[in-house]
Write a new protein. Structure first.
Length: 174
């Protein structure tokens, strides 16, 4: 993968590109990760404003922390992936969410984009004062596990959710 990739904040100028990303994921039937892409993008301007509000700590749900969302785009402005960076950790996030949640659109997986997205996300996290970021993945998610290790992840204790799902927890520095 030699193409230039960038993290950009959500913007109404990329509506067509985002809807392509969103609809592809929706058609796949897979769980949308990170959670922010589960947000209905219609009307689009309201969704973008919601993400801006989340970053600025405006109208947060009780117990939530500010989060920054970025879209991974290429030179053609195709949205390849999305990352959501939590500015702080609650007990829940410390166990099962971490600082960084990310996802790559289904048609662009297995091309090295996730490693690049996580690397760029760690830089953004550092800019938020997060010098060591917690990243988690489901035990069965081998691709995410390898992505985290490729970015220098140091294993922490696993966390077992109420339904028995095992989450692998890692700390990363940039």
């Amino acid at each position: 993968m030699n193409e230039e990739l960038y993290l950009v904040k959500p913007t109404v100028e990329l509506e067509k590109e985002y809807l392509s990303f969103y609809n592809e994921w929706l058609k796949s039937g897979e769980k949308m990760v990170p959670w922010v892409i589960q947000k209905n993008p219609v009307p689009f301007g309201e969704m973008v404003q919601y993400l801006i509000d989340q970053e600025n700590g405006v109208k947060l749900r009780e117990g939530w922390v500010p989060t920054s969302t970025y879209w991974l785009i290429n030179a053609e402005k195709k949205i390849i992936g999305v990352v959501n960076i939590r500015h702080a950790l609650t007990e829940l996030l410390r166990n099962s969410g971490g600082h960084i949640g990310y996802g790559i659109r289904p048609s662009e997986r297995r091309k090295g984009y996730a490693s690049k997205l996580l690397s760029l996300s760690l830089e953004k996290a550092k800019g938020l004062g997060i010098n060591e970021a917690l990243v988690v993945c489901d035990e069965w998610n081998t691709a995410s596990f390898k992505t985290i290790l490729n970015n220098g992840g140091h294993p922490d204790e696993d966390y077992i959710e109420e339904d028995g799902n095992v989450l692998k927890r890692f700390w990363l520095k940039k």
